[in-house]
Design a protein around this ligand. Sequence first.
Ligand code: GDP
Length: 445
Amino acid sequence: MFENLSERLGGVFERLTKQGALSEDDVKTALREVRVALLEADVSLPVARDFVGRVQEKATGQAVTKSVTPGQQVVKIVHDELVATLTGEGDPGTLKIDNPPAPILMVGLQGGGKTTTTAKLAKRLTEREGKRVLMASLDVNRPAAMEQLQILGVQIGVDTLPIVKGETPVAIAKRAKTQASLGGYDVYMLDTAGRLSIDDELMAQVEAVRDVANPRETLLVVDGLTGQDAVTTAENFDERIGITGVVLTRMDGDGRGGAALSMRAVTGKPIRFVGLGEKMDALETFEPDRIAGRILGMGDIVSLVEKAQETIEAEQAERMMKRFQKGQFNMNDLRMQLDQMLKMGGMEGMMGMLPGAKKMAAQAQGAGIDDKMLKRQIALIQSMTKKERAAPQILQASRKKRIAAGAGLEVRELNQLLKMHRQMSDMMKKMGKGGMLKQAMKGMM
Ligand code: GDP
C-alpha cells in the first residue's frame, strides 16, 4: 500500500529538489500522489480530497520558501495536517469516570475485539488509575461470551458480575449497576453483544441497555484492519447509540491506519485507544503523531529526506568534478577522498572509486599501505594551514618541516603524500579532457 507512496513521492521530490523551490504546480503534483496513496490506504474519497485540499492551501503559502529539501517541506506539511485531523479535543486516554460507579458501555460488531478490549481497559484503569472495576458481559447470544470475560477477569484480577443464565441484557445491566453501587466500585463496564453485521435487533438491544445504564462513556470497538467498513460501522453506531469515542483494534497488523483518518474525519469522534495485540497490556492511548507517521510511513519520510539529500550530494559531486577537470584538485579534496576510503573500509573500498584509484590501490598494497597509512596522511593534511591545503604547490622546505612536525611524522612521508596528490591531479586532468572523468565519477555515485 504505502510502500508506493515513498516511491511516488520520491520521483516527484527529486524533481522538486533540482528546482530548489516549491511552486504551486510542484505542490499539486506531489499532492496528487499523496491523494492516490491515501485512497489506497482505504481513506475514503471525500476525506482524501478534503485533506489534500487543505494541505494544498497550506503548502502553497510556503511555495516561495527556499528550502534545501522541498520534499521534506511537503512531507512535513502533510504530516502536520494528518496530526491535526487525527487530534480530538482533550486527552484521548482520560475517560469520564468521576461520580462512582461510572458506567462504560462497550459496543461494536462481533469479532472486533470488544471483549478483549473491555478486559484490557479494565486492567488499565485498575493498575494505572487505581480504580475498582466491575465487568459484566451482556452477550446472551453467544454461549461462551460470558465465560470468556470471566476468564479474562480472573487472569487480570478484575471482578466480573456473576453469571446468571436466562437474563436479558437489560436485566444484567441493571444488576451490574446495583452490584457496582453496593460493592463500592468506581467503574462498571458493560460488554454488549455483537453481530457479524449491523442489524436492527442488535441496535435496539444496545439502545435499551444504554437507556438503563446511562453510560458516561460509550466506546465503539472496531477492527482497524477493516478500513472503510470500520468507518461505516462507526457512523451507524453513532447515529443510533451515540458514541463518545472509538477504540481501533489490530493496529499491530499490517494496516497502515488509513481507517483512523477517515474515522476521525467522517464521525468527528475521537479515537481514544488502539489495540496492539492479543495480550492484556497491548492497549495504548491513541497518539495522533504516531498514527500519522504510520500512515505516511515514518521510514518513508526518512528515506525521502535522504533521497533529497543524495540529490544535493550528487550536485556537489558534479561541481567537484568540474573543478577536477580544470586540474583544481587540492588537499581538501584529497582529504575527503582519504576520509571516504577509511569509511569504505580502506584501500579495498577505494577500488573503482576514483579515476586511477585501482592502479594506486594496487601500488599501495604493494607498498604496504593500510588504514594506518591513511590516518597518517589525514594527519598531515590536518597539519596544513587553510592556504596550504587550497594550494599545496606553495609548500617549501620550511613549511614541509612544520607540517610534518605538527603531525608527528617525517618530511619523507609528506613528500609521498604530495607525490600522490600530484599524480591524482594529473590523472584527473587527463581524464577530464577525454570525458573519462565524468564516467569514472558516475561510478562513484
Ligand atoms: P468481540 O467479539 O468483539 O468481543 O472480539 P474478541 O474480544 O473476542 O476478539 C476477537 C479476537 O481478536 C480475539 O482472538 C482477540 O484476541 C483478538 N484481538 C482483539 N484485539 C486485538 C488486537 O488489538 N490485536 C490483535 N492482534 N488481536 C486482537
